[in-house]
Design a protein around this ligand. Structure first.
Ligand code: 6R9
Length: 585
């Protein structure tokens, strides 16, 4: 597909990154850190100070920080000054409850104002915060809260009753459950507190304690192909990268209205749906509702969004309803569109031009990297299908694994290999919680190995080729097959299960399970439906398999591991590849 040429001088707003090579040559993380204030009295660096208090104390205090739009036309605008008071109240509530710095606070809510207030308020109190996706079922919630030893949970009455009550006995560390929606009327479920009454009684003033920039701030779970999900731990210092990528990759300017469509339960919705825009003191739109093409066009127009960060699945869903549907709306202020999370088809990049008059800029990163690492920058020509070039301050490489288990960068262009990043950027994860060995396995010398396969062309653009492992990306959400297999195996009829991502044109991949039954159980439509429902109830709609096939046995290696790759090859009618390790049956 043709290159989309950029003429930086002709863009309506001068991009922050005007020339890639110049910016790269002049960039340093030490200098980037100077865009932030630091806590008064040189008491370190705290995300909540940089995103809230420093703007509330200055000329931007009355600017809208969060422009919240509810599911049924409810709306709330929260200024930086209001956000300072609300987050201070929440931090004071934690203090009153005896919650200490370093304690883990989990959030399980839809995209409602309380989620944002609790997240930032908990960071003020120097707690470690984990937002969980509210479409998770009880099982993924329990696993993550167990690993994270959650001491506090902020949730809604309905989510508590549906998803937490049944697993509470598994969570001995959980002391406080704060319900955001209780209005003091009906009796509270036992073992919970009404948050609003506590907030009302709390002071709206809070002085953030000294915060070491290297102290933990956010714990984001990401799935593994084997074993339990991994808790990627990020520190307050990560905000240096959020700020820098907001400036360079998303091109934030002081008057911007930004909309990141991701939920904070996934890292994009925290790094860019909370931290980066607020770090810049701009206005960000939060929509509580799920995807709906017409609703989204209306929001982009009505809220006068200038910069929009979304996902390929959403773009492909819009493409289904045609560019005309978009063109019936006006987007008077929209000037930059970016997307992340899965491969963005070249057609989708160009469709942006048809629908919005703007191409879509793909960028790449992971839960572990904490922020954007490779991007199509506003001033850079786009090669549709490419993820773009490394962020200034980030060194990327294509590496080849060496026989001794190490990795060495390949200098030649157009070689397929594993994408690696040189350790040292501020938002790099600092460990997998309680799993230091698993963390260390991600590095070879000082290269962080991403687990993605890619190539770099002669001009330095990176092209995504696939994952080196069995992880599934469905509608932009990373799903670990092991978690799905384990849930299915809880069912009395299931002997074994193997789970793969089956390619699908709109959402990228659907979760598909192959199930071998225990003796005495017969495959059939009724059992298939029962298993689908069983998995959905435990895992939640976002993670559960959409398809189940019964098989007599699952292909396994001689050491007993299910060969998901082979299941996938057979499903797709592809060559089976190397089956030398296949156990003979
Ligand atoms: C931010 C986020 C990370 C994995 C990553 C890769 C895939 C992300 C992509 C992309 C192709 C892109 N991925 N961006 N694949 N093109 N532009 O998504 O984090 O949920 O941890 O997923 O997503 O496979 O390794 P996370």
């Amino acid at each position: 597909m043709d290159i989309i040429r950029k003429q930086p001088a002709a863009l309506p707003v001068r991009p922050n990154l005007l020339d890639y090579e110049t910016e790269r040559a002049g960039f340093s993380w030490t200098a980037a850190r100077r865009s932030l204030d630091g806590l008064p009295g040189a008491h370190g660096l705290n995300i909540a100070h940089e995103t809230v208090d420093r703007h509330a104390a200055g000329p931007r205090s009355t600017r809208i920080a969060l422009r919240w739009r509810g599911r049924d036309d409810a709306a709330q605008d929260i200024s930086y000054a209001q956000l300072r008071d609300l987050t201070a109240r929440f931090a004071n509530v934690l203090a009153t409850l005896g919650v200490a710095a370093g304690d883990r606070v989990f959030l399980l809510c839809g995209r409602i104002p309380a989620l944002y207030i609790a997240l930032l308020g908990a960071l003020k109190h120097r707690c470690v915060v984990t937002p969980l996706f509210s479409a998770f079922g009880p099982e993924p919630i329990a696993t993550r809260m167990e690993i994270g030893a959650a001491r506090v949970l902020v949730t809604t009455t309905s989510l508590y009753r549906r998803k937490v009550e049944s697993i509470r006995a598994r969570l001995p560390a959980l002391e406080h459950v704060l319900l955001v929606d209780d209005e003091g009327g009906a009796a509270l479920p036992p073992g919970t507190l009404a948050l609003q009454a506590l907030l009302d009684a709390a002071s709206p003033a809070y002085v953030i304690g000294p915060t070491d920039p290297e102290s933990p701030a956010l714990l984001h779970f990401t799935s593994g192909t084997t074993g339990k999900p991994k808790g990627a731990l990020h520190v307050h210092q990560a905000i240096v990268a959020h700020y820098a990528t907001g400036r360079l990759a998303l091109d934030f300017h002081p008057d911007d209205v930004f909309w990141c469509t991701a939920d904070p339960g996934w890292i994009t919705g925290t790094s860019y749906g909370v931290i980066a825009p607020l770090a810049h003191g701009i206005t960000q739109v939060v929509d509580e509702a799920d995807f709906d093409a017409e609703r989204w066009y209306a929001i982009l127009g009505r809220e006068r969004v200038t910069v929009w960060y979304t996902a390929p699945t959403a773009v492909r869903m819009m493409m289904k309803s045609g560019a005309d549907a978009a063109r019936r709306h006006e987007f008077p202020k929209l000037r930059f569109i970016a997307s992340v999370g899965e491969p963005l088809n070249p057609q989708a990049v160009v469709w942006g031009v048809e629908a919005f008059g703007l191409p879509i800029h793909d960028n790449w990163w992971q839960t572990e990297t904490g922020g954007i690492m490779i991007a199509n920058f506003p001033a850079l020509d786009i090669r549709p299908g490419s993820m773009g070039k490394p962020l200034p301050g980030v060194e990327a490489a294509i590496v080849r694994r060496t026989p001794d288990g190490g990795a060495e960068p390949v200098d030649a262009p157009d070689v397929e290999g594993e994408l690696a990043l040189r350790a040292g950027w501020p938002s790099m994860f600092r460990t997998y919680l309680n799993e230091e060995a698993r963390y260390r396995k991600c590095f070879s010398d000082d290269w962080y190995l991403t687990g993605d396969l890619a190539r770099r062309d002669a001009d330095g653009y990176y092209w995504f080729l696939g994952r080196a492992d069995d992880m599934i990306k469905s509608a932009g959400h990373l799903i670990g097959p092991f978690e799905v297999e384990s849930a299915l195996m809880e069912h009395p009829a299931v002997h074994e299960a193997g789970v793969i991502g089956k390619p699908e044109p709109v959402i990228g991949e659907v979760v598909k399970a192959f199930v071998a039954l225990k003796a005495g159980f017969e495959p059939g439509e009724a059992l298939r439906r029962e298993l689908l429902g069983f998995a959905r109830k435990r895992l939640g709609a976002a993670v559960a398999p959409k398809e189940i096939d019964f098989v007599a046995t699952l292909p396994k290696t001689r050491s007993g591991k299910i060969m998901r790759r082979l299941l996938k090859a057979r499903e797709l009618g592809l060559p089976e590849g190397d089956t030398s390790t296949l156990e003979s049956t």
